[in-house]
Design a protein around this ligand. Structure first.
Ligand code: AGP
Length: 372
């Protein structure tokens, strides 16, 4: 009913708007004033966390994209090797697991059959399973060794939005906690990340206030057949997520690529006026990456692409090559997905609406996929 949607035209719009609160709620009480992580609820003992020699993340769809981003954070902050796998592929290839493997199963609903079967398989091999889940008491956390709940609140729209942002927050918390439990020496970089993470809800809020041009752009593209999404580093899974949202909601052909792969094939797809969304990493710090993506943008633009660029405030180097420039607040590179995904959600939602689609209930999809 209209009342349940709190004045919004759809649950999806309501849930997009709820993201700053969802993110803040998921952080609540989990980082103390000294910047230390307290995740006592994770009932995997510090010694087990110290001894883990591999992390394997299993999930489906949007939750899988959160896992892909988590890999960058886990490996960079803890130096523990991390693999990410689609839950539906996982057990069928006879993966190598033992009691020193920490498996992280990410699921909004906690009822996704593919993810459940993957975690059952992992536990049979003696691995420890930590669930990241949004639904209290659902099957996946019940069957795991431990759970870290996301506090997004109920997500009704089929397309995941606020659950995704909170999954990212939970993944960052787990990565930092793992590092802390293993006595990793926190450098200034990690300290800055913890500080910025505890303020990230404000950055998400800021993005939400600047979305009108994104909506206008989305409406103008409603008759397009294809939209491509490019990113590097953590921007690559963000590109995959942007493409998934557009497929689900607008029923358009959309694909996400790692920008560095362009020249290995996908650049052949570029033609006059093809919309290409590019997620640009921060020009600070890892600036090599930034410069490479700027040259990728130049390459596709020279071939006629209409470039839609998501870039950090103050990034002037990329501006001349952007046909449409979407600004996001300055954040540490690894946290950028929390702000860069939001315009892609708004873009897909608006484009789908312009095409006359029902955004809360896209055709052929179920909110939780309880069959394999
Ligand atoms: C996201 O927009 C999708 N509807 C879908 O990919 C979803 O993320 C996936 O089915 C996993 O669901 P879960 O998080 O409930 O396990």
């Amino acid at each position: 009913s209209a009342a349940e949607k709190g004045g919004y035209a759809s649950f999806m719009l309501k849930e997009i708007a709820e993201q700053p609160k969802a993110v803040a709620d998921t952080l609540l009480g989990r980082i103390d004033a000294e910047g230390r992580l307290s995740l006592d609820e994770v009932r995997i003992s510090p010694s087990e966390l110290r001894e883990a020699d591999k992390v394997v993340i299993v999930a489906c769809g949007t939750a899988f994209h959160a896992g892909l981003i988590a890999k960058y954070a886990i490996e960079h902050w803890t130096r523990i090797p991390c693999e990410v796998e689609l839950a539906s592929e996982f057990r069928y290839r006879d993966p190598i697991l033992d009691p020193r493997t920490l498996v992280i199963a990410i699921s909004q609903s906690g009822e996704t059959m593919d993810t459940l079967m993957a975690l059952r398989h992992a536990r049979e091999q003696g691995a420890k399973v930590l669930a990241i889940c949004n639904t209290n008491g659902s099957t996946i956390p019940r069957e795991s060794d431990a759970v870290l709940y996301t506090h997004a609140g109920p997500e009704v729209a089929v397309a995941s939005t606020k659950a995704f942002l909170t999954q990212l927050v939970a993944c960052y918390l787990v990565a930092l906690y793992l590092g802390q439990s293993r006595g990793t020496k926190w450098g200034d970089e990690v300290r800055a990340v913890v500080r910025d993470l505890s303020r990230i809800a404000g950055a998400v809020e800021e993005v939400l206030t600047t979305m009108e041009p994104v909506r206008e752009l989305a409406r103008s593209l409603k008759d397009k057949k294809t939209v491509l999404f490019l990113g590097r580093h953590v921007g690559y899974p963000v590109a995959l997520e942007g493409a998934l949202k557009l497929k689900e909601l607008a029923y358009m052909h959309a694909e996400g690529f790692a920008a560095g792969e362009l020249k290995h094939g996908p650049i052949a797809l570029i033609e006059e006026d093809l919309p290409v969304v590019v997620v640009v990493p921060s020009p600070r710090g890892r600036s090599v990456l930034h410069d490479k993506i700027v040259s990728n943008i130049q390459e596709i633009r020279a071939r006629g692409a209409r470039t839609i660029v998501i870039a950090e405030e103050g990034d002037e180097a990329v501006a001349p090559y952007a046909d449409h420039l979407i600004r996001v607040p300055v954040t540490p590179t690894l946290l950028q997905p929390l702000v860069a995904t939001v315009p892609l959600q708004v873009f897909a939602c608006e484009l789908a609406t312009a095409r006359g689609n029902e955004v809360d209930q896209p055709r052929n999809l179920a909110k939780s996929v309880t069959v394999e």
